[in-house]
Design a protein around this ligand. Sequence first.
Ligand code: FES
Length: 254
Amino acid sequence: KYILDLTVTENLRLHANYVLLKLTSSPLLPEMLPGQFAEIRVDGSPATFLRRPISINYIDKERNEVWFLIQLVGEGTKHLGEAKIGDKINVILPLGNSFTMPQKTSNKLLLVGGGVGTAPMLYLGQQLAAKGHKPTFLLGARSDKDLLQLEQFTTYGDVYTTTEDGSHGERGYVTQHSILNKVDFEQIYTCGPKPMMIAVAKYAKSKGINCEVSLENMMACGIGACLCCVENTTEGHLCVCKEGPIFNINKLLW
Ligand code: FES
């Protein structure tokens, strides 16, 4: 992994609570895999000296950019959200393991994202499409305003949505979407709020579909030192930041 001072090339406010930060570096950014994350240092305020773990949203190879979708939830992320073009941001990357790429070409791959958990699904979808797969995206949010980057998702595969208020796609939760009854998916990848991922895992198990989840347990150090991110698994307590964040549901005690 690398510790780098990256330069802000763009900071887009996608929604009242989300920004998309695009960062570049010279020389070339290191290779990063879908599902991996970065620990981003928040400078400026003593209360926010910890780094924030943020998943890799997208890599723009041509522009040598890495994108991070940041939900403005606390002081640290709000500070990051105010970054200006040209600012330097210190990151450690890439961290963690990655999603497993399917062995044979498939058009029955389902990528389920909820809330800010849709972020890693964009890069995963891009990588799958680049390898000849045809991913299907199922994205859930509270309302239409919380569904982010839809246009980009549609460049890599079919996109289905659910919203809790019915303002976009089908009303309800992702696990209630009608596409699940129409297609026999072969593989599911998911990231989002834990109750959503547990519901997706249950669905996958009931259908015998292989499924990988990206856990977003509370993280501090990001390198397996503080033990604040442990998940109880079939192999005992594992650090999500080091052994994960991607786990096959067979390994989890859900
Ligand atoms: Fe510190 Fe995982 S975040 S051990």
